[in-house]
Design a binder for this molecule. Sequence first.
Ligand code: ADP
Ligand code: MG
Length: 319
Amino acid sequence: MPKEQQVYAYSTVLMGSPILLKLFEHNEALARQVFHLIKHYENLLTANRSPSEVMSINLAAGVHPVRVNPAVFELVRIAKFISLFPGSLFNLTIGPLVKCWKIGFQGNRVPQEEELQSRLLLCNPQDVLLDDIAQTVFLAKTEMEIDLGAIAKGYIADCVQAFLRQRGVSNALINLGGNVQTLGKPPDATGWLIGLRKPFGAPDELVGIIEVINKSVVTSGIYERFFEQDGQIYHHILDANTGYPLDNELLSVTIISERSIDGDIYTTLFFGMGVEKSTSYLSDLPDIEAIFVTRDQRVICSSQQHFRFTLLDNRFCQH
Ligand code: ADP
Ligand code: MG
């Protein structure tokens, strides 16, 4: 029998999330460098802790433009661009609303209607003014706040993948609190096996298994961060049209793609579009694949050209 290739797993907590790196060599120094790289980007991009470049942009809202690192400028530019898609749920200026709900943080509560309405006035992506030459970001109104929480992990996962490639690694996996990015596959297997969590289930309860080679798998689910008040669930994906958590037939959206940042972008966009519109949109995106889990226990997969899905929980019905 061939000797099974040993996997080495390294873990830590960064960005408030568990981080897991899998390698097929024992290389603690490399793992340390990867975690250091993640920390570097977290320090630039977080909206929750000072000093970060995103915090500097937010603190200067309505006062002055802030010159930022090229990576931050690029990410803000992408985030603004997606926010301006017609009908996009994605909104990079959602910060005031996120802070108001505090979902996933201590003190979460349903805000007063007037409070929500006044915060919504601060959530217009057109008010993010970018100067390409000066590499500055200016938020036009005081108290505006950008929040890159929905795409930062994907961006960083792609940076880790590029770093590992540069170091000659051809088989590895990085999991940034739900954003999984892979290189190659485990040497002795047909692909990486990634669990699709059962919404509102225990962390080890799975709806099914996704198998990929060299792909990113990103899931965004309303069960990831939420609180309950008077029998109603309030989750962390907010709708800047209403001020409330998004409410439609979806429990989770998973994207299988080359780049993890695309996974982040499309999970949020498709959440907003719902299953039907997303499915027709997907037919024009051959490199992006999706799995939708709905409230009525359906699992809807796109073409499965770039992944394989195995249903494990037969209370769900696969389409
Ligand atoms: P997770 O952080 O659980 O992986 P997501 O990638 O779906 O989740 O991102 C959710 C985070 O994005 C929220 O915690 C918040 O910071 C931010 N966010 C919430 N609603 C929106 C929105 N409509 N557009 C952009 N960002 C959002
Ligand atoms: Mg995301």
